[in-house]
Design a protein around this ligand. Structure first.
Ligand code: FAD
Length: 201
């Protein structure tokens, strides 16, 4: 409903989260706030302790190849994923793991690494057309595990820091957050993901 609205502050009064403040000063009161701002979660003001997320950039290249493949091909340095079975076939190849702050930029070095690994895995890709380049910021944490659970004040739940597995972990994250907010208990021990487990945020 308010898509694209930038939240800058979590509002906490008397040990309870009461809502959020947006960049234009609007206050949204809420009984429960869930922080799910990915790599940007650490930038939110008002937290009792800043969240320990940091961005790790990942670049990607999409290719169109005249010679289709049927399986995902991967090695330690990268992977090639067929997106369809058409000819020419769209393949996505990645990725990089870069500590570049919040710079969401595709770089010559990153793309070169991805393409050389892809061609090493599948030499025929030398003739594939490059059709798209992009990158994203993964929300990493000091131990690479999510920050998931209550934040130490009533009415505030954290669901971030999923690093390289946020797509895979979406269903279980949503399930646990729903259980916590609706039932005040969860169906697995999630203490290991305690969002305030890092002393200095
Ligand atoms: C190249 C690459 C490949 C990947 N491959 C995989 C994969 O194969 N499988 C897998 O499981 N995961 C993969 N990941 C990781 C996955 O993308 C992340 O773990 C996941 O996107 C994290 O989800 P999220 O919702 O926490 O954060 P995000 O997807 O970053 O979403 C956060 C949202 O919050 C919004 N936001 C941020 N700050 C504010 C604010 N202050 N106010 C309001 N809104 C805000 C942002 O605009 C964004 O919409 C990959 C990541 C990259 C970069």
């Amino acid at each position: 409903m308010f898509s694209g609205t930038h939240v800058c502050q979590i509002l906490i009064e008397h040990g309870r989260c009461t809502g959020v403040r947006t960049e234009n000063g609007t206050i949204f009161a809420a009984q429960h706030v869930i922080v799910a701002a990915g790599a940007f979660s650490s930038l939110l003001e008002g937290m009792v302790r800043p969240l320990a997320t940091r961005p790790i950039r990942g670049q990607m290249v999409a290719l169109e190849s005249a010679q289709p493949i049927r399986h995902v091909i991967r090695c330690q340095r990268g992977y090639i994923v067929p997106r369809d079975s058409a000819v020419p076939q769209r393949l996505v190849t990645g990725s990089t793991l870069e500590d570049a702050g919040f710079a969401k930029q595709v770089t010559a070095g990153g793309i070169e690494k991805i393409l050389s690994t892809a061609q090493e895995l599948l030499p025929k890709l030398a003739n594939a057309e490059v059709v798209e380049l992009w990158c994203g910021l993964r929300p990493d944490t000091p131990d690479h595990l999510p920050l998931l659970g209550p934040a130490g004040v009533d009415g505030l739940t954290i669901a971030t820091g999923h690093y390289r597995n946020g797509i895979l972990l979406t269903p279980i994250t949503a399930k646990l957050v729903r259980e916590w907010i609706a039932d005040k208990q969860v169906s697995m021990d999630w203490e290991i993901f305690n969002p305030v487990r890092f002393p200095s945020g």
